[in-house]
Ligand binder design. Structure first.
Ligand code: ADP
Ligand code: MG
Length: 689
């Protein structure tokens, strides 16, 4: 239930004085539907009319308010020439210039000999100061009513700034008082204003700093948003904590047998995390865990061992992969590692023929298949398990919170969930996006004896790469060559990949293949298999090899138009090489159109191989909304807060939400906050789930 004086915030904008059907439509197109949406649309700047110089003291480019007398009108009556009005004060003269104006209008607002106040940006033309299309003209008698400082809002097509400002004036004075929902000390320690006063202040800036993201008012509102975000996750987590499952009981026999088949020993980090996960499996609480670690940190083996433990406990395991290629690769790996065990591993995907698919589904239902691997199709309605105990999702960055909730519900009460992320996730992103989960982090890659050397070259040097490739091929190495996908509206343009394929084929006929998303799954699988078996040396590809693909013999990766990729994505791509005994080499090719910022980003990659560092930098440089997977996850970006800028507020908000959840305090008073920031819908899913 939302209290009565909160209703104001959820009224449609059409009720605001000054908003008719036309303006309503324009706001709605911007996703501004209710009063609170309108209010959260803060001004981005202001016009300062406190600068009132005499005419002998004008500065070009500065917004100035002048007190002058009108001397003469100039109406040239030639279409493209502007009307001008000559004005003066005791120190000098100025021309006020009007394009596309009517004479009568000018005569009305600037009658000869009248004393007026004019505001606008000063420029200089043909040896004379002028103000073109002033944003304010009024009679000197009106001085008291001249707004000295005017906020500027994002413009609406065809609507004057004056009208928009008037609308905001109307709504801001109607904002009702609302009771404080945070604890006193939070507000006091931070010197924050009330929620209402913060909003009012953000719409009535006195100086430009008042609008900064680190102004007290802006921080207060951002905190409210971040808090509501974390509160939702705390609620999901709490709900999960109340879901009891049958503890899984297993011995380590299967695991030990598998370890014998490994060509390496597990690292300490891996051992610790396997133990951590085992404890969760054995507990009576449902596990929803995110396993994160840098590229090549050895997440796969952890998930396979976890899977075996769950099978040892008498359950089935489902492993879901983002691509068919990766699913096939995992199938082969699990099969070879469990070859001397009585475990039934199968792949279910669209590349499997229909008849076999039906058989597999039947065997899954009968419990004959222990370990089922697949892509998204694993969670179609038609796949039912007899006794599913664990869902593993590899490279899960394409899943949003809603999908996670429905997935975990689909698995049933006794089903644990293990998500693995492709790359390390920055802390603020963890808090704001994965706050409902337990997190395991692999911190190091101690077994790595190789490094990856990264070089950056302009695209005009592409011909030089041919020699390099020749040498690599002579020493029997393989090469990835990545081209970006150019998406044109909904169509995917494959020209760059196909052109590159043609070009490289000229030099290395019969020794190159091209792979992209438009190929059939069968075709992709055969290509990857042939690549792994060294049937050809160069694989030209779109980013389909981005996630997880493992070919220890491919040690060079060339990435074209690298400035178009996110840093985390480039790091992930680069992680495809250096997986064997040789050092990897990554060549980032940039095009002519690269920006300064783009160059900086690539340099970060050249200088660091640390995925945790890179993902933080990526977040800083590209902002929150652009991080791969974040948009696709269906989560709305923050409305007010900037997670990169306000990371300190996340820590505070985490502290506060922990306080409420741990002490089991009622959170109804925050319902309105959740609704302000559109989190209430997620809450509804949890409540109905
Ligand atoms: P990612 O974390 O990126 O999914 P993988 O699980 O694919 O990484 O592991 C990368 C490579 O490291 C694989 O070839 C794997 O066999 C190998 N690997 C994993 N654990 C170890 C280890 N403890 N010692 C040596 N090599 C390992
Ligand atoms: Mg992996």
């Amino acid at each position: 239930m939302i209290e009565k004086n909160f209703n104001f915030f959820f009224n449609p904008v059409s009720k605001v004085k000054g908003i008719g059907p036309k303006i309503k439509k324009l706001f709605n197109e911007r996703k501004i539907d209710t009063n609170i949406d309108l209010i959260f649309n803060f001004p981005y700047g202001l016009i300062d009319r406190t600068h009132c110089p005499k005419l002998n003291n004008l500065e070009i480019g500065k917004i100035s308010t002048i007190f002058v007398k009108v001397k003469k009108h100039n109406f040239p009556r030639i279409r493209r020439l502007p009307n001008t009005v000559q004005c003066f004060d005791e120190t000098g003269e100025i021309n006020i210039v009007f394009f596309n104006s009517r004479e009568n209008y000018i005569k009305e607002i600037l009658p000869i000999n009248s004393e007026v106040i004019i505001s606008g940006k000063v420029n200089f033309y043909k040896n004379k100061y002028q103000i073109t299309n002033p944003d304010y003209v009024t009679s000197i008698n009106n001085e008291e009513n001249v707004t000295k400082i005017m906020p500027t809002y994002a413009s609406l097509k065809g609507i004057s700034n004056k009208t928009i400002n008037k609308i905001y004036e109307n709504i801001i004075k109607e904002i009702p008082d609302v009771p404080e929902w945070h604890r006193d000390y939070i507000i006091k320690n931070n010197n924050w204003l009330s929620f209402k006063n913060s909003l009012v202040q953000l719409h009535n800036p006195k100086k430009i700093e008042d609008l900064d993201k680190n102004s007290l008012a802006y921080e207060r509102v951002s905190f409210d948003e971040i808090f509501s975000n974390l509160l939702i996750f705390a609620q999901i987590k709490k709900k999960n904590a109340n879901v009891y499952k049958k503890p899984k009981i297993f011995s380590s026999d299967l695991k030990l047998k598998l370890i014998k088949n490994l060509s390496f020993t597990l690292t300490k980090d891996q051992e610790t995390i396997i133990k951590e996960i085992d404890d969760s499996l054995k507990s009576d609480k449902k596990m929803i865990r995110l396993l994160q670690g840098d590229v090549g940190s050895g997440k796969t083996i952890i998930s396979i061992i976890t899977g075996l433990n769950v099978i040892a406990a008498g359950y089935q395991v489902a492993l879901m992969c983002p691509t068919e290629i990766l699913a096939t690769q995992h199938l082969n790996l699990i099969k070879s590692l469990t070859k001397d065990q009585n475990i039934n591993v199968e792949l279910l995907s669209s590349s499997v023929n229909k008849k076999r698919q039906t058989e597999i589904k039947k065997e899954v239902l009968e419990g004959k298949i222990n370990f089922l691997i697949g892509t998204h199709s694993l969670f179609q309605e038609t796949v039912s398990f007899s006794n599913l105990g664990l869902i593993i999702i590899d490279e899960q960055h394409k899943f949003g919170v809603k999908q996670r909730i429905s997935l975990s519900e689909k698995g049933g009460q006794n089903c644990d969930v293990l998500l693995m992320s492709a790359t390390p996730i920055p802390r603020t992103l963890i808090l704001s996006t994965y706050g409902d989960m337990d997190i395991s982090t692999i911190k190091e890659k101690p077994f790595k004896k190789t490094t990856i050397i990264t070089n950056i070259i302009p695209e005009k040097k592409i011909p030089d790469l041919i020699n390099l490739i020749k040498k690599k091929i002579e020493s029997e190495q393989q090469i990835y060559w990545i081209c970006p996908l150019i998406e044109e509206s909904t169509k995917v343009n494959l020209t760059p990949v196909l052109e590159r394929f043609k070009y490289i084929t000229k030099f290395f006929p019969e020794n190159v293949a091209v792979i992209h998303g438009n190929l059939k799954n069968d075709e992709k699988n055969i290509l990857m298999k042939n690549f792994l078996e060294k049937k050809f040396s160069i694989l030209i590809s779109t980013t389909v090899v981005e996630v997880g693909v493992d070919n220890p013999n491919a040690n060079t990766i060339i990435i074209e138009n690298s400035e178009r990729f996110g840093l985390a994505q480039l790091h992930q791509l680069r992680g495809r090489v250096g997986r064997g005994i040789e050092n990897g080499e990554c060549i980032l090719v940039y095009s002519k159109s690269i920006s300064e910022n783009g160059k900086k980003r690539l340099k970060i990659l050249k200088e660091s191989n640390d995925g945790f560092y890179i993902s933080e930098e990526d977040l800083k440089l590209r902002g929150f909304g652009d991080i791969i997977g974040y948009k696709q996850s269906g989560q709305k970006d923050f409305i007010v807060a900037d997670p990169m800028f306000h990371s300190h507020l996340f820590e505070l908000a985490k502290q506060e939400t922990d306080f409420y959840t741990q002490a089991n305090l009622p959170i109804e008073k925050f319902n309105v906050l959740l609704k302000f920031f559109k989190k209430d819908k997620i809450l509804n899913i949890i409540d109905s789930g």
